[in-house]
Design a protein around this ligand. Structure first.
Ligand SMILES: [Fe+2]
Length: 374
């Protein structure tokens, strides 16, 4: 057992997904508080950061004026990224938990290439993956084998696929599964099955931006409470989908036939996405589970669904999942409510109201004191 293989223990392997923790070199501490509680409660065997691991387009303007003056070279931007990632990665490394990552659209919105960013992650001892020798795919396209307890076979497989990049020449982001990515998945899946006596190895597939097929999980509806507006129409989740939709799914422009390949190979139990911070649901299309995990970031838009998702994999190929929200992890109490109010991006109106009330109270107290003295 001295090798570094990830293995099942007593028939179970626990994965914790953190999606969209996107923050800067000045981090919102409440997110870290929440994530630390998740790590200690779940005690996962592996943590997956599934993209937008930093708010990569804002290192140079993280603070008004100051950042523009101080983060003014590529090298300084790299150091700002290192610092932002240290906030996220040190609590994981400090607990000795292995971790793996994929990138999101925001990670690539700067001058630091994906390969260069990978060096930051690899500097942490628990980093697994980012090790694909196939140069035709992005550095964050690879698979993570999880071995049976005796280490004799790959009992589960985790696909990590790149789904976003910035076309710096054209100056615009692209959300897509490239043809090379689908081809690599297909080829590698077949090779794994061949090594497994011809049977597909049970798998979960993680990518940052949802597959286009996710749109089949929503349907037009009337002016219902909670309906999501998109281009003048209202939408809701179709019957049978568990969870909540807080925004219309923002999906890949192209999938390069990935979903068809997944169905043909029969290995993937569930495709798992981040990217849409307000969406938290579980559906099924053509026998494949579609799982959407909301964002963890307090720096960016979000909702009380901020949290983490847990996957319990079983050596017989089954899996279970549950999403843990902020209040599940941090409790419903005045301290957690105040911390949420202080740091969460989506409650600025409430924060302004509280600060305004406090300022008014202080002014009234000061006025009363002065009047009394006179
Ligand atoms: Fe994203």
């Amino acid at each position: 057992m001295s090798d570094n293989k990830l293995r099942f223990k007593n028939g179970v392997f626990t994965v914790l997904q953190v999606s969209d923790p996107q923050d800067l070199q000045y981090v919102r501490r409440t997110m870290l508080w929440m994530l630390n509680k998740a790590y200690d409660r779940v005690r996962p065997d592996l943590i997956l950061l599934t993209g937008d691991n930093t708010l990569g387009n804002h290192f140079r303007d993280a603070l008004p004026v100051v950042s523009r003056l101080t983060v003014n070279t590529k090298e300084k931007e790299f150091r700002a990224m290192q610092k932002a990632l240290a906030y996220v990665l040190e609590p994981i490394a400090g607990r000795g938990i292995p971790f793996a990552i994929i990138y999101g659209n925001h990670d690539d919105m700067n001058e630091i290439t994906k390969e260069k960013q990978a060096e930051i992650y690899r500097d942490y001892p628990g980093c697994v993956g980012l090790d694909n020798p196939d140069q035709t795919v992005d550095v964050d396209t690879y698979n993570i084998p999880v071995f049976s307890e005796d280490g004799s076979r790959v009992a589960y497989n985790l696909w990590m696929l790149d789904s976003a990049w910035t076309d710096h020449a054209e100056g615009r982001g692209r959300c897509e599964i490239k043809p090379e990515t689908t081809a690599w998945y297909d080829k590698t899946c077949k090779a794994l099955a061949a090594e497994n006596g011809g049977s597909p190895v049970p798998a979960l597939l993680f990518q940052h931006v949802p597959l286009r097929e996710t749109l089949r999980l929503v349907e037009p509806c009337g002016e219902l409470p909670g309906a999501i507006k998109e281009k003048g129409h209202s939408y809701r989740l179709i019957y049978g989908v568990k969870g909540e939709m807080g925004e219309f799914p923002s999906v890949c422009d192209t999938d390069a036939g990935l979903f068809d390949a997944i169905k043909a190979n029969g290995d993937v139990k569930a495709v798992v996405f981040g990217h849409d911070h307000l969406n938290c649901f579980e559906g099924n299309l053509d026998g494949i589970d579609f799982i959407q995990t909301p964002g963890a970031s307090f720096r960016c838009y979000g909702s009380p669904a901020r949290g983490v998702r847990v996957f319990r994999l079983y050596e017989d190929g089954r899996y279970e999942t549950e999403h843990l929200r902020y209040t599940d992890l941090c409790g419903k109490n005045p301290v957690s409510a105040l911390r949420y109010l202080w740091d969460a991006d989506d409650v600025w109106k409430q924060k302004a109201a509280v600060l305004g009330a406090l300022a008014l109270g202080a002014a009234a107290g000061a006025a009363a004191y002065i009047m009394k003295k006179q």
